[in-house]
Ligand binder design. Sequence first.
Ligand code: CMC
Length: 436
Amino acid sequence: MKLADNKATLSFSNGSPSVEMPVYQGNIGPDVIDIRKLYAQTGMFTYDPGFLSTASCQSGITYIDGDKGELLYRGYPIEQLATNVDYLDTCHLLLKGELPNESERTDFHKLVTNHTMVNEQMQFFLRGFRRDAHPMAVLTGLVGALSAFYHDSTDINNPEHREIAAIRLIAKMPTLVAMAYKYGVGQPFMYPQNDLSYSGNFLRMMFGTPCEEYKVNPVIERAMDRIFILHADHEQNASTSTVRLCGSSGTNPFAAIAAGVACLWGPAHGGANEACLNMLEDIQRQGGVSKVGQFMEQVKDKNSGVKLMGFGHRVYKNYDPRAKLMQETCNEVLEALGLENDPLFKLAKQLEKIALEDDYFVQRKLYPNVDFYSGIVQRAIGIPVNLFTGIFALARTVGWIAQLNEMIGDPEYKIGRPRQLFTGSVKRDVKPLNQR
Ligand code: CMC
């Protein structure tokens, strides 16, 4: 970390001595005040629920400029990656810091491909679930269970174990997500076919059957790949911070990633794509575009508890660049499938138009996020709504594991252990039962 020229001074109105704290500069983005010695020097903690002003780590992986609406993976703009490279190249970039050259690319693709199959025993474990279980419940279990099957890659302090766990997770997630889907619809599991691309293989495991040959549609394959790239990492969001915190205890990588899957499930995070599509379908059922005005009044009424899902972001105070790319993919996929007049897409565009002109949204700087259009694309591809967050988890696995491995390699890393402002009862004595 690079020390800035200036320091921060904290003074107190009660005459306690002031304290000086170092300030560090990142390569881009806001500087940080180092408060690590604050408690030792003052006996006080800082208070920041929701981490509104707290950098929990240093990281060189992903950078977001929320005001500009800019997203960089290892310095490369998301627009360039989404257009010029594929998901596995993006995985190489996130994990190793650089895009692969030709021979590195061949080796990396081959390495991942060699690990796409899961232990045969996993399917018997999966069969313990109800057929109608939510895929995220199944995935949380399956990913955690990987640690019971791959004992040779569970030592987080061993760089070789970390490397192989990373490859296994990236390679096996599509297989597990497709298995969770096939189990729910009662179809046979499809084994991976390694001469297909990462995305093509996933599509075949999802939609192929042993009865006939599955032909990958290149437009859908490219759309799937783009969905994976757009979701691959997003710096210190809730699920990534969960993975880091979980991994900081020294637990194994599969357990840490399972914690990330569990966190992602929530509707304020990865679950928003499912919630967004359910919202669009509800409005459509109630009358579609003609009901948009009424729905927006509910969204603006604080007492209604209704939110415009797929809108707003803690960091982006401008258009989420992923939403723009997703809208582009939406157009491509709907056109390729002859669904140009898809009513939900029309409805989504109408909602976006109204929101972007409405004072409520303008003042709060609320723009569409990645989840606003991703559900429409996935639905057109044939992915069921309750699997959307599973697709997000598949794609984000590389981000989680890259961030986890970065943390373990950071000499400043410690077990994560936030403090608290205690507002409960002061010390008191237990009374006998008849006096309580
Ligand atoms: N609809 C209506 N009002 C909203 C929305 C929305 N989608 N999002 C924020 N607001 C309002 C919020 O009520 C608050 O108003 P006020 O200042 O009057 O109290 C103001 O905007 C600021 O919002 P906040 O809740 O303080 O912002 P936050 O940073 O804590 O929450 C968020 C961010 C993403 C959880 C929130 O915008 C939200 O719930 N959006 C809908 C869910 C969603 O689409 N999530 C996906 C995020 S992107 C993918 C991912 O990272 O997983």
